[in-house]
Design a protein. Sequence first.
Length: 304
Amino acid sequence: MPTALVTGGAGFIGSHLVDELVAKSYDVAVLDNFSNGKREYISSLPSQRVFTADIRDRDQVARVVKEFQPDIVYHLAAIHFIPYCLQHPYESFQINAMGTKVLLDSLEPSPPKVLFFASTAAVYGPSLQPHQEAEPLAPMDPYGLSKVCGEEMAQLFASRHPSYIVVGRFFNAIGPRETNPHLLPDIINQLNRGQRQISLGNLEPKRDFLHVRDMAKAVLAVTEMQKEGVAIYNIGSGKQYSVLEVVQCCEKILNEKIEIMQKAQLKRKVERPSLLAGIDKIRAAVGWQPTTSLQATLEELLAK
């Protein structure tokens, strides 16, 4: 039975990944400081497999790694709500970049067979075309920059060890258990409160939305390959929708008119017009493709 350590495993994507690993009979442990994650999201794990620790704490992280001795490490612990990262760039860099360094240092004495690093589409520069893994990186904000640093450190780790390193560049995950006030859960929360006049900022930007369960399955698929070296994959749906199109889809599901009130304070000063994943590489490598549409996801969320 492989042992798998998931940092940030009580969070949004992490908890769904834990579900997938448990379903496949992995021996799973979670390291999380529970600043955003919730214990009830990983209720399938016994208490001795849940470690409350901060990814920046060298002693705590080293203790967990030494005690659990994971075959596979999934590193998802991070701050990834971009408005917060913009307001707290130093804290974001400390957690996302230096926290990654702390984890990698703790793995040096006994490197795992596989290390997955959760990166982001924010490492790319603005483009109206689907992003490809080989294109130059040009992050627009502290969050994207912190993840570029993490990617580079993971690749340096691969140069010293025979581990298989996978960098997964996440696009926009959506679905149940969201732990940050991103755009889509904000829309859903307003509608589920009975509001049919909702407050939003920018309406034109398009995003690539992927159901979180599909994302977790993609992560598992790319890490179950028996390889060495470094592999980088976009993990998205390959389709994009504007904010207005998301609202229109909600109107169709609810069969009700939704009025949008645009508020200046909700508009981002710097905004990408498009963020779309090219997913040919992951499809060719493992045969993975999304199974849940945006509409099906919205139907699931609006039914709660």
